[in-house]
Design a protein around this ligand. Structure first.
Ligand code: ADP
Ligand code: LRH
Length: 496
């Protein structure tokens, strides 16, 4: 066939998948050839990703892709969740197992970092909201890195770069994933040497930044032989999953806000220049690097992590429930009226989520959601209300009204959340595609192959290939009233 054949491997925080894509110049056809869960491991006092397992799953995906109808893929690209990394020594060995961003070792070092560079200053320098998950605090917590002891020849590779290195032997730091580190200057799009020097993080850890859509190299010969696959190019597409998802939002010309909905809800807009005002910082936005030279101004909202964790706790207690059953529960629950602030970092660590939600409601003077049904409803309504608050802030920052909200990712399978988002924001919600991240990864590969020319063309292809679904707002007056109660509970600064 004349189509371009590619493979995307997308590692989310809760699951991963290998998806083949055939692009015929106008539309993209995708096929999931491998899916796996991503289960972090607590080892001693720390929380890690199981990198070897994940690399094995990546190989399984590559192997499975060779049977793609019409011929094996000519290229592969990996994207992952943000902020995490591995350290590789001068001999190419992985120095220790990568930490999970929810590991708490960073919390103690944040005050130390702020005494060297005040938090407000750090935001002006990087455009990134301070959060204990950020690479900057993780690297600062690595004593051997800071003391320089044993750091000779070490390289820091963010997760997609790490996978690409072990696939191809080529080391690079790709821009979109590097932008999640909290160590880039968002204007020059390079490592911020002032910050590195002040924090004694050696510049030698970092490689030159490559832009999304860069050909890195070829699949190593031993891997090709092991997996019995033909030659494949390894491409730095958009290494950050959220950047890949945003690249594939099937948007037209009207102003819109996006929500990439999965473990996290990432809500924001695209800009040409970073928004570094105090208002932007106080409203908890980050300026991350996007495809096509864009800045993704977005907020990390706890997202469906809240539900994932309740589900995990209830399964441990002997009540395993599917996501559909959880939604049924929420639909059966009476009007709730108790809310949490779903952007609050207290919900970051794993464990005991139902109880933490109850305590949060109690401590903010609200009725305590006792039943499972009440908790699920509290989560879903609180997410929708948080989206509304974030939309208000986005419109202040952008100085214009957003006509629609595009939601992409696994979270759109929660139809109740899509409908409530439309109701609470009063805007049509355009939902899809579910696999936006893998699709964005594939289309950024097509860009690297020269088969599409820019973001606008990518979005047109996605719109034609994966028609989205629209949810229209309902019960506007009731939700406006609830929103007014909600903002009184969780107030933030109001002036731009
Ligand atoms: P990530 O990439 O962060 O691992 P995904 O995009 O795969 O996340 O989305 C995972 C989320 O999608 C889950 O937390 C869950 O809430 C939601 N989800 C998955 N399947 C369903 C389903 N059948 N019904 C409703 N929600 C679902
Ligand atoms: C979503 C995501 C998000 C990051 C978080 C660590 O998967 O990439 O954009 O902030 O993981």
């Amino acid at each position: 066939s004349q189509s371009l054949h590619m493979l995307a491997v997308d590692f989310g925080a809760s699951s991963g998948r290998a998806v083949t894509g055939a692009f015929n110049g106008r539309t993209l056809t995708v096929n999931e050839v491998h899916r796996f869960s991503n289960e972090p491991v607590r080892l001693g006092d720390h929380f890690h990703w199981d990198f070897l397992r994940l690399f094995h799953e990546l190989k399984q995906g590559i192997h499975a892709s060779r049977r793609m109808a019409g011929g094996a893929p000519v290229s592969v690209a990996v994207d992952t969740w943000g902020v995490d990394y591995g350290l590789v020594d001068a001999k190419g060995r992985l120095a220790g197992n990568p930490y999970h961003y929810r590991d708490l070792r960073t919390e103690q070092v944040m005050p130390e970092v702020f005494s060297a560079i005040p938090e407000k200053e750090l935001f002006r320098m990087t455009g990134i909201r301070s959060s204990s998950i950020n690479t900057i605090y993780q690297l600062y917590a690595e004593e051997k890195v800071r003391s320089g002891y044993g750091a000779d020849g070490l390289k820091m590779l963010m997760m997609p770069d790490l996978f690409h290195y072990y696939l191809s032997g080529v080391m690079a730091n790709e821009y979109t994933i590097a932008s999640t580190s909290g160590l880039l200057d968002p204007r020059s799009r390079t490592w911020h040497s002032g910050i590195l020097n002040t924090l004694s993080i050696p510049e030698s850890l970092f490689s030159e930044i490559v832009m999304p859509g860069t050909m890195l190299g070829q699949l190593r010969q031993d891997i090709r032989e092991e997996l019995q696959v033909p030659d494949m190019a390894v491409i730095a597409a958009a290494g950050h999953d959220t950047a890949a998802a945003v690249a594939s939002v099937p948007a037209g010309a009207a102003p819109y806000a996006f929500i990439s909905s999965g473990t996290w809800s990432l809500m924001g807009i695209e800009l040409d220049q970073p928004a570094l005002s105090d208002y932007s910082r106080d409203s908890l936005f980050s300026n991350e690097g996007g495809a096509g030279g864009k800045i993704r101004l977005l907020k990390n909202i706890m997202g469906l992590w809240l539900l994932q964790e309740c589900r995990r706790t209830w399964a441990l207690e002997g009540t395993p429930l599917t996501y559909d059953e959880l939604t049924e529960l929420a639909l059966s629950a009476p009007e709730n009226g108790s809310y949490i602030d779903a952007a609050d970092a207290v919900f970051l660590p794993p464990g005991g989520m139902p109880q933490r939600i109850r305590e949060y409601c109690r401590d903010s003077g609200q009725k305590v959601p006792e039943s499972r049904a009440a908790i699920v409803r509290c989560i879903v309504e609180s997410l929708a209300l948080q989206y509304r608050q974030t939309l208000d802030e986005i419109e202040k920052l952008a100085g214009e009204r957003m006509e629609h909200i595009h939601i992409v990712g696994g979270g759109i399978q929660n139809r109740l959340l899509c409908q409530l988002t439309a109701n609470v924001t009063g805007r049509p919600v355009i939902a899809g595609p579910v696999e936006a991240t893998a699709i964005g990864n594939l289309m950024m590969q097509a860009l690297a192959h020269g088969e599409v020319k820019d973001l606008a063309e990518i979005r047109q292809v996605v719109l034609e290939s994966f028609p989205p679904e629209t949810y229209l707002p309902e019960d506007a007056a009731m939700w406006e009233e609830r929103y007014q109660q909600y903002v009184k509970l969780f107030k933030r600064q109001e002036t731009v």
